[in-house]
Design a protein around this ligand. Structure first.
Ligand code: UDP
Length: 328
């Protein structure tokens, strides 16, 4: 039996593939390689193609004995989703519909879904728990929420059980140093800060220092990508053991400000890292911190790399050894 990982050549997907391989699982990967990297796969059987191509996807299910799916394949840039929501509905929502239809046809009844804290929008309170209201403030978050809801109806009608994992801020890299984050364009704070340390960027822009937080910059909950990967495996195990469908937040429960991230990166890299205060970025809530109590309790998930310093250290090991990412 094999696990199908869609989007397995992407940042979080590739770390999940690595974790599955470490557990001795057979892994089949579907990725169109628009954002993903072939080099990010440490093993498994890659099918290069798109979820929206029904003949292609049906062949993947026919040629392999799939007992569960971990679904990452999606576009995930907030800014882009506001300019081109159609792209997000087509790839994310329609792509998920194609996947679910194929699972139904093949009789595969377990899916672990890569969701996001962006489903909540502006939080009413922090830490955020899974029962808080979901009012996304951007099209990306809205499509992820739609995908969650679609999966729920396939559960009601066809018994496809799901675990939806809503991540907060994924960061860091695999402990081997052989895979890590490589987005083009890069928009995330940790890799951008490290690009300044590498001399690839003059300064880091701090998007607003007038928020109602202690140092005025936004606070986020950074969670190590390998801890996220582990949660997917626990979620799949829960479904294999007949567990009920569920939604879980994944975060470390600790909040760090943008200034704290820069300070920790200075300490880790030994570089001065110049920073410039700039206007706020549209749609950024002041504070996003997860309550992951439910995942800890019900999945037995224990993040092992909770300290921001350790997360940045692992990211730095990857970026300093691979300054151009997967491009040699
Ligand atoms: N941020 C920043 N400068 C950058 C990129 C991000 O100040 O060049 C801030 C952003 O406003 C947010 C935090 O860093 O408060 C984390 O942003 P990121 O894009 O990494 O993740 P998000 O929280 O948007 O998912």
């Amino acid at each position: 039996m094999a696990v199908l990982v869609t989007g397995g050549a992407g940042y979080i997907g590739s770390h999940a593939v690595a974790a599955l391989l470490e557990k001795g699982e057979q892994v089949v990967i579907v990725d169109n390689l628009y954002q993903g990297h072939r080099e990010a796969l440490l093993g498994g059987k890659l099918y290069e193609g798109d979820l929206r191509d029904a003949d292609f996807l049906s062949k993947v299910f026919q040629e392999n004995e799939i007992d569960g799916v971990i679904h990452f394949a999606a576009n995930s840039l907030v800014g882009e989703s506001m300019k081109d929501p159609g792209k997000y509905y087509h790839n994310n929502v329609y792509g998920t519909l194609c996947l679910l239809e194929e699972m139904k046809k093949a009789g595969v009844s377990r899916i672990v879904f890569s969701s996001t804290a962006a489903t909540y929008g502006e939080p009413e309170r922090v830490p955020i728990d899974e029962f808080d209201r979901t009012v996304p403030t951007n099209a990306y978050g809205e499509t992820k929420l739609s995908m969650e809801k679609m999966i729920r109806w396939f559960d009601v009608a066809h018994g496809i059980k799901f675990v939806s994992l809503r991540y907060f801020n994924a960061a860091g890299a695999h402990e081997s140093g052989s895979i890590g984050e490589d987005h083009a364009p890069e928009t995330h704070l940790v890799p951008l800060v490290l690009q300044v340390a590498l001399g690839q960027r003059e300064h880091i822009s701090v998007f607003g220092d007038d928020y109602s937080t202690e140092d005025g910059t936004c606070i986020r909950d950074y969670v190590h990508v390998s801890d996220l990967a582990d949660a997917h495996i626990l979620a799949l195990e829960k479904l294999r053991q007949g567990g009920e469908s569920a939604v879980y937040n994944l975060g470390s429960g600790n909040g760090y400000s943008v200034k704290q991230v820069i300070d920790v990166s200075r300490a880790v890299t030994g570089h001065p890292i110049s920073a410039k205060i700039e206007p706020r970025r549209a749609g950024d809530p002041a504070v996003l911190i997860a309550s992951s109590e439910r995942a800890r309790r019900e999945l037995g998930w224990t993040p092992r790399r909770e300290k921001l310093e350790d997360i940045v250290k692992s990211a730095w090991a990857w970026h300093s050894a691979n300054p151009n990412g997967y491009q040699k």
